[in-house]
Design a protein around this ligand. Structure first.
Ligand code: DGJ
Length: 705
């Protein structure tokens, strides 16, 4: 129920995080976002900042949607105007609040606009915020931007965000918070390879397990930005919002625009603490994948476009012998698709390559006890396709010309109802004709900086239409799981994850690259949502060669799969791969439900990643040597996150190949299982062998007391 008179303040609390809003002055001022506040709550209206010389004559405080009309000199949360220039700096005043302990809607209005800001905090401490702006005036309102911001205290002094490119996504970068704006804009018509995912700010030197950290993420798969802004007053905000193109949002009287959801989390236990909140939040969703994540074999790096029933049947047989449970036929199965320049849009099984359709392959896959998956790229077309020859106007882009091609492809204009109906119909027919398709790898392989429909910018509309396509298909075929792939990891966000079951983190299967890509992706997503495959011995993207153990151990911290022509694997490699698959199956329940932890303060040439059961009873830890260290003797491996009081037995998870170490005493460095307390493992650690660079060891840790 909306209060007749606005409440003076609102406090929401969940998972020992809290946010305190002061609405006494008519604005949605954020007085606190961080740890939960014990009672009695402060009267936030008394905690007013100073009014120094040469400044506004009233205290200026940060609000959820900052207003220039209230003296906010950073970016205003609403940017837009009417055709006569009116309402460009609207003064909005709180006129009601609906609130309980976990959810609040603050209603503001003024200057012909009404704004409803919704905040929800869940039991895991994830705060979700969005804003809806309605034009209550008599003429159109052209909106340029609408976004929600959250203030952080001065002790949030360092920024951590992620950059990247194709085959090298989610690379960490750190810098100090300074006066000015640090903004990570992603203008790709999709989330983008360089999208930060999580943007975090924290106390100086914050790490995985230490420091106070605030993180934000925008759940949106189109153009967007994340930013940290420190204005002259000294106030720092973190914000994220959709980037709207000129003319994209024109609100007629009575029309509304709603932002994508901003997700935010705070932790006093470092970055892993923030991740734990996101992971728990995602795992609590009703649609979160519940079944054990099946071992995948994807055919892409095994055969590329060389589709042949005989070869693929052999591949399926070998895969099944190794323990694979899901066989995914990648690109190359549809009309004219012998290479990547043709066929996108013509979603009919190519009779030249598949004279009897996909049925025979699906039957063989199923006969080996596996489920079948298929690659599609529904949002794209090639110029060289029947669909574009018949409907050249179904290509998204500026009127009268084509946009620059990317991988010889263009974007299908999903905002056009006929094009939308066509592609929905083709996918629906495919899944109806082949009920054996249990999984779609849904790809999206290009940036598009000038999406337009009917001559009007349509990045937002295209993103929403793509969401509708996923949603409609899922409602018609609820049993089919979907992977979000976008030239690897260019569509990894919590918007797409509302309608998909995992992401493909990167097109590189090079285990060395994957170590950091998966780490950066899993800051936001739990391992079960992140596809991780064992590639061929020599990585196709980088030319590096790695032992099977490094490739397999790297893929363990994720949704495990294989992307390699395993028919060509040596007997030794097959045996090792089968052992790794058995290990994954034995531990996937833990790997996909436990708490992800990383050791801090390591020699930068190594990495320690663990997954610890929520009750502390068991864990899996991976020690990976990423580069040669200047130190002759490796530092002990510390194992964070275990119960300090309990005694644990630590043993090798998979055999260590003597050739992967430089240790002459091997394997005497690790005298079989050792029993140590969680405190000893965290503080003293385990002595490690001089492992050669680009090798890894996996440990099983089990509580014995
Ligand atoms: C890009 C994907 O990321 C790859 O895994 C593969 O599916 C190709 N597209 C197929 O064209």
């Amino acid at each position: 129920m909306r209060d007749a008179m606005p409440a003076r303040q609102v406090y929401l609390e969940g998972g020992d995080s809290g946010i305190l809003l002061d609405v006494s002055d008519g604005d949605a001022v954020v007085a606190h976002w961080g740890s939960a506040l014990p009672a009695p709550l402060p009267d936030a209206s008394l905690l007013l900042p100073a009014v120094p010389h040469s400044m506004f004559d009233v205290p200026v405080r940060p609000s959820l949607v900052p207003q220039a009309a209230r003296g906010w000199r950073g970016r205003p949360g609403i940017r837009g105007a009417r055709d006569d220039g009116g309402s460009s700096s609207p003064l909005l005043v709180v006129d009601g609040v609906d609130a309980d302990t976990r959810r609040a809607v603050v209603h503001l209005s003024g200057d012909g606009l009404a704004l409803a800001i919704t905040l929800v905090i869940d039991e895991h401490g994830i705060l979700r915020a969005d804003a809806e702006l309605t034009n209550t005036g008599d003429d159109v309102y052209r909106l340029d931007a609408l976004e929600v911001a959250l203030p952080v205290p001065d002790r949030a002094a360092e920024i951590l965000d992620y950059a990247g490119r194709w085959a090298k996504e989610k690379q960490e970068q750190r810098h100090a918070v300074r006066f000015g704006t640090w903004t990570r804009e992603a203008r790709h018509g999709r989330t983008g390879h360089d999208a930060t995912g999580l943007l975090a700010v924290g106390t100086s030197g914050f790490g995985y397990g230490r420091g106070e950290v605030w993180g934000v993420h925008l759940g949106w798969s189109g153009d967007h930005e994340h930013r940290v802004e420190r204005i002259g007053s000294g106030t720092t905000l973190v914000a994220a919002g959709e980037l709207l193109h000129a003319g994209e949002v024109v609100l007629s009287p009575g029309e509304s625009h709603r932002t994508p959801t901003l997700y935010a989390a705070h932790s006093t236990a470092g970055l892993d603490g923030v991740s734990a909140r996101f992971h728990r939040h995602l795992r609590a969703r009703p649609g979160h994948p519940r079944s054990p994540r099946p071992v995948v074999l994807n055919t892409w790096e095994a055969v590329y476009f060389r589709h042949d029933l005989g070869e693929l049947s052999e591949l399926a047989e070998t895969a099944a012998e190794l323990g694979v449970e899901r066989f995914v036929l990648d690109d190359g199965w549809f009309l004219g698709r012998r290479r990547d320049t043709r066929g996108l849009g013509d979603w009919l099984v190519d009779p030249e390559v598949w004279p009897e359709g996909l049925g025979p392959l699906i039957e063989r896959v199923e006969a080996h006890g596996m489920r079948f998956g298929l690659w599609v790229e529904p949002e794209m077309v090639n110029e060289d396709s029947d669909v574009v020859r018949q409907h050249p106007d179904w290509v998204s882009g500026p009127a009268g010309r084509r946009s620059v091609e990317w991988r010889s492809q263009q974007v299908l204009d999903l905002v056009n109802p006929e094009a939308f109906a066509y592609i929905l119909g083709r996918l629906d027919d495919l899944l109806t004709e082949y009920p054996g398709i249990a999984f779609l790898k849904w790809d999206q392989n290009r940036d598009q900086t000038e999406l337009a429909s009917g001559g009007r910018s349509s990045t937002r509309a295209q993103t929403l239409a793509a969401y509708r396509l996923f949603d409609e298909l899922r409602s018609r075929h609820p049993g089919v799981e979907i992977e979000s792939c976008s030239s690897g990891g260019a569509r990894v966000d919590l918007g797409i994850l509302q309608r998909t079951d995992r992401v493909w983190a990167s097109d590189t299967n090079d285990a060395l690259e994957r170590q950091l890509i998966q780490r950066g992706t899993q800051v936001l997503l739990p391992p079960e949502l992140v596809g991780a495959h064992v590639g061929p011995p020599t990585a196709h993207t980088t030319g590096r060669t790695h032992d099977l153990s490094f490739r397999a151990i790297t893929a363990l911290i994720g949704h495990f799969g294989v992307e390699w022509d395993v028919r060509t694997a040596s007997d030794r490699d097959r045996a090792e791969l089968a052992a790794a698959i058995r290990f994954y199956k034995d531990h996937r329940e833990l790997l996909h439900s436990g708490r992800l932890v990383h050791a801090d303060d390591l020699d930068p040439s190594v990495s320690v990643t663990g997954v610890v059961a929520d009750d502390g009873s068991e864990a899996v830890f991976v020690w990976a040597v990423l580069a040669a260290s200047p130190a002759e003797v490796p530092a002990p491996m510390t194992l964070p996150g275990l119960d300090p009081e309990r005694l644990y037995r630590v043993q090798l998870g998979l055999e260590v190949d003597a050739r992967s170490t430089q240790d002459r005493r091997h394997p005497s460095w690790f005298p079989g299982p050792v029993d140590l307390t969680g405190a000893a493992l965290a503080d003293i650690g385990l002595p490690m062998p001089a492992l050669r660079p680009e090798h890894a060891i996996v440990f099983e840790v089990t509580a014995v007391s």
